[in-house]
Design a protein around this ligand. Structure first.
Ligand SMILES: Cc1cc2nc3c(=O)[nH]c(=O)nc-3n(C[C@H](O)[C@H](O)[C@H](O)COP(=O)(O)OP(=O)(O)OC[C@H]3O[C@@H](n4cnc5c(N)ncnc54)[C@H](O)[C@@H]3O)c2cc1C
Length: 414
């Protein structure tokens, strides 16, 4: 007698969810897979939405995670335009937006993140935009066709990349951020200054050290008023002030939630049979010895499949060292590691040359590294971080010494 096939449901049809579905089939899972997504498109990648696709340099089809026929060919039921509105972890059921109830044997929550909203006077005026979805990007892409004066609020990744792309296609851009330099919290002053100068060189008007007091206009946005009272006239504004994990479903179902859905190193939530991955998951990280929520592409790419393996009963220990990349103008970079605090930043190569590696050191160990226009070194940087050994700074920073030797000569003060 053939046993009843198992049903695995994945909530969130984006990178983490789509890669999890792919992994289930790759590993030979022959039960039902239901991939539920609130958006109208099949799963797509978001990085091009501030880069080439936004600038009109790539076509729509290149954004998708899989070819159009992939889901049908792999017998993955992809439900687009459908939200999961409720989860009952005791009955092991989810409710879909149309009211249908589905039972599951395993559930993956890959509900991602959404932009944090700026709640100041005038925040509802027409002409104030956020950028998270393909639809958001396409609206902005259309707006970038005519000449425009754009106020970008927030010099984090989304704001900085949007500002760079808008300049590259010829618009006037003012970038506003309360920090002294872009991405100050992650990078500190030195690398932050590198990015500040990069934007300035490309003609961005930087308004740093100031927040937004209000948006002004009659029905539609005319100007942004900063905390010092300065008025920035603009045709529209784009706000990038961070994201919040989409945890409502999990919280309402009584799952552990604290800055993301809490999962263990095997990506299991506090409810048996329910897993979480991607931007929404705050996972116990064995290497760092704490919960870590990572809002980057590479994490969604690898954590989704890791969760799929856990759903299949494999023992999973997810300890990927965080990694992300960013492209702004002629500067491409990769950042590996996690550095909530550090003692010093040292450089291999001169930042002024535009090609260098920066290392964040804590207690003589490399905790993060960023290669700028230098390629094929991020594995070595991750090895350095993973070794937890103290490094010899003159060797580490000498461009003529192979980077690998910094690990070899790492002393064992640890
Ligand atoms: C514009 C942009 C540019 C980026 N560029 C970079 C970059 O250069 N480098 C980098 O490392 N990272 C970048 N990122 C971050 C990266 O895209 C994210 O880390 C990644 O998308 C996370 O994938 P995810 O699957 O976890 O979640 P998400 O991509 O957020 O997807 C979650 C999906 O779940 C759906 N959903 C939520 N709740 C429900 C529900 N109840 N029912 C059904 N569906 C639901 C949502 O609609 C969404 O489609 C960028 C992000 C953006 C927005």
């Amino acid at each position: 007698m053939v046993g009843k096939k198992r049903t695995f449901i994945i909530v969130g049809a984006s990178l983490a969810g789509a890669k999890a579905a792919e992994e289930l089939r790759e590993r030979g899972f022959d039960g039902q897979i239901v991939l539920v997504g609130a958006e109208s498109d099949r799963p797509y990648e978001r990085p091009p939405l501030t880069k080439d696709y936004l600038r009109g340099e790539s076509d729509r089809g290149s954004n998708f995670v899989h070819e159009e026929g992939f889901y049908a060919a792999h017998e993955i039921s992809l439900l687009t335009d459908t939200a999961v509105t409720a989860l009952d972890p005791v009955a092991a059921t989810v409710t879909l937006s149309g009211g249908t109830e589905l039972g599951y044997d395993r559930l993956l929550l890959a509900t991602g993140a959404e932009p944090r909203r700026l709640r100041v006077a005038g925040a509802d005026l027409e002409g104030i935009h956020y950028l998270r979805t393909l639809a958001d990007c396409e609206l902005l892409r259309d707006r970038l066709r005519g000449g425009a004066r754009i106020a970008v609020v927030g010099a984090g990744w989304i704001g900085s990349e949007f500002a760079a792309s808008a300049r590259q296609v010829g618009h006037e851009v003012t970038l506003i951020d309360p920090g002294a330099v872009p991405n100050e919290r992650i990078f500190g002053a030195e690398i932050g200054s590198f990015y500040r100068d990069l934007h300035a060189r490309h003609g961005v008007d930087l308004v740093l050290g100031e927040g937004v007091e209000s948006f002004e206009g009659d029905g539609r946005l005319d100007r942004v008023r900063t905390s010092s009272g300065r008025a920035i006239e603009c045709d529209f504004a784009v706000i990038g002030i961070g994201v919040l994990p989409r945890t409502d479903l999990a919280r309402d179902a009584g799952l552990g939630v604290e800055n993301g859905i809490l999962v263990d190193a095997g990506l299991q939530t506090t409810a048996p049979g329910v897993f979480a991955a991607g931007d929404v998951a705050s996972a116990w990280h064995p290497f760092y010895g704490g919960q870590l929520r990572v809002e980057h592409w590479s994490n969604a790419l690898t954590q989704g499949p890791a969760a799929a393996r856990a759903m299949l009963g494999e023992t999973v220990r997810y300890e990927h060292i965080p990694y992300f990349f960013s492209d702004q103008y002629e500067v491409g970079m990769e950042y590996s590691g996690y550095a909530p605090h550090w003692d010093e930043v040292v450089f291999r190569g001169d930042p002024a040359s535009g090609e260098f590696i920066a290392f964040w050191l804590c207690d003589g160990r490399v905790v993060a590294g960023m290669n700028v226009n230098v390629w094929d070194v991020s594995d070595q940087i991750r090895t350095l971080i993973g070794s937890r050994r103290t490094v010899d700074v003159p060797t580490l920073t000498d461009p003529d010494t192979p980077l690998g030797s910094s690990v070899d000569i790492a002393t064992s003060r640890s």
